[in-house]
Design a protein around this ligand. Structure first.
Ligand SMILES: [Zn+2]
Length: 254
């Protein structure tokens, strides 16, 4: 089964400055992070940024190209920075997930407890580099799962009841059903609002309370990156590129 990516990019005119794409980018990305899927609401819009999938330091010619822009939360953009696997590693599938080309279910699996695992090299790389398996994200996914399922099954129940042929019911039953449906719809709305509020509060707490396992995640991230760099000794960061250039300039001038 070929799955369609969840992000379909709008056709846009080319612009002088990529910042002009911000509004259409937000909309195309469903107001959520390209990498960890947190919504603007869940992070209280804190730190959402335009990320360049191929970093500017590596491909300055793509700086204003809409196809290279991703809507990203501050956390993911901060972890990604100008990290970009070299061509050779990408050919093996080692790359950041991108929702405009890949489908989540092909690359990740989420357990009922909210933990996430990469199914492919792309999935594993993205989880490890962006620390998508950190405690706060596991909690967020678990809550989404539990509450989302609750709301969805409630709405499904309401839709099923609405499908009942009212003519087949006695008048009393009809009135009772209509009243119940109205009450149920209101409850589903309330539940959804509560759900959103819970998710917002949870995301907020990540900013205040440091994750006790954060150090371990960072260590694991570094170890994985060191290992990958040993396997694929290309340029992994644009910054190294500039540093090389700089040292070359220094050599030339000295
Ligand atoms: Zn994110």
């Amino acid at each position: 089964m070929v799955r369609e990516p969840s992000v379909e990019r709008s056709d846009v005119e080319s612009v002088e400055d990529y910042g002009e794409h911000k509004e259409v980018l937000r909309r195309d990305f469903w107001y959520s992070c390209a990498y960890c899927t947190r919504t603007e609401l869940e992070t209280r819009a804190k730190g959402f940024e335009i990320d360049h999938y191929v970093p500017i330091s590596i491909a300055p010619e793509l700086k204003h190209s809409y196809a290279n822009l991703m809507w990203s939360c501050g956390w993911c953009n901060g972890k990604k920075l100008d990290l970009h696997p070299p061509e050779e590693a990408q050919r093996e599938g080692i790359m950041f997930f991108r929702p405009d080309e890949h489908h989540e279910l092909d690359h990740f699996t989420v357990e009922a407890d909210g933990t996430i695992e990469g199914l492919t090299k792309c999935g594993v790389f993205t989880v490890e580099m962006l620390e998508l398996d950190r405690d706060a994200m596991n909690k967020l996914r678990r809550l989404r799962e539990e509450l989302g399922t609750g709301v969805a099954s409630m709405r499904m129940g309401i839709r099923t009841l609405r499908g009942i042929n009212l003519d087949s019911l006695p008048v009393d039953g009809r009135m009772h059903l209509l009243r119940s449906l109205t009450a149920a719809a209101k409850m589903a709305d309330d539940l959804e609002a509560t759900w959103q509020q819970l998710l917002v509060n949870l995301s907020k707490s990540e900013d205040i309370d440091p994750d006790p396992a954060a150090g371990a995640g960072q260590k694991r991230r570094k170890a994985t990156l060191d290992e990958l760099r040993a396997q694929h000794p290309g340029k992994w960061r644009g910054r190294e590129y500039s540093r090389d250039q700089k040292s070359e300039r220094t050599r030339k001038t000295s």
